[in-house]
Design a protein around this ligand. Sequence first.
Ligand SMILES: O=C(CO)[C@H](O)[C@H](O)COP(=O)(O)O
Length: 268
Amino acid sequence: MLLRKASLQISSFVSKNCTIMSVETAKKIAAYKAVDTYVKNRHVIGIGSGSTVVYAVERLAERVQNENLNIICIPTSFQAKQLIVANKSRFQVENEMHLSDLENHPEIDVCIDGADEVDCHLNLIKGGGGCLLQEKIIASCSKQFIVIADYRKNSSYLGEQYKNGIPIEVIPMAFVPIKNRIEKRFGGKLELRMAIAKAGPVVTDNGNFILDWINFKHNLKWEDINREIKMIPGVVETGLFIKMATKAYFGMQDGSVKEQDPTLNNSN
Ligand SMILES: O=C(CO)[C@H](O)[C@H](O)COP(=O)(O)O
């Protein structure tokens, strides 16, 4: 389905004085900018998950084909693995675009991934697609972690625009005590993420459940909170990516790509 999305006709429309890009076009221009800027021949590349990454893998395969690059791709999910396999075949780069893993390539040059929300310090909420654990592992093994997103993800603080909550991956047997502890300690509400085309909860690529923490307070000390939540037995990982990103590219409605750097501390 995500692949089909990538091949959708990219649309834009012209209002009185300016061109308004569609969300899909915004994702695409951010993804292309990141791949064109950061990917070099012989790089080991972490491939994130989600609908924006679809465009990044497409561009990656296109560059491998056009520029005779030789690269190694490390997926962050089942979806990412499928994307790599599909684009190797689509661009006929079977021998130049290699699928690998952390056992063979524990050091990654650059990881390119989407985000659900990015704050002005480049802290992220990730895991809207349920792939946060492998995404965080791969990002942590990468020299550079580049975020690609459309303009809707560009916020001043976490929770400003993204209302689906902070995902927390948990061991299934512990979801009730973890939910109760976090609600009591920090407030807000944790909801067990339910599947859509299956009865019962979402089960991650790692066989775990996801609790989505909604209605949390704003401007919390995310580094401390992340550390404290991770200490709760049964918590596998959180969707809080704090001080991890090197750079974010946002595709904007006017067709430009906005760059955000952690050192700039830009706010909107
Ligand atoms: O963290 C993720 C998946 O676990 C994705 O990167 C995040 O949900 C953004 O996805 P999209 O590019 O579809 O907006």
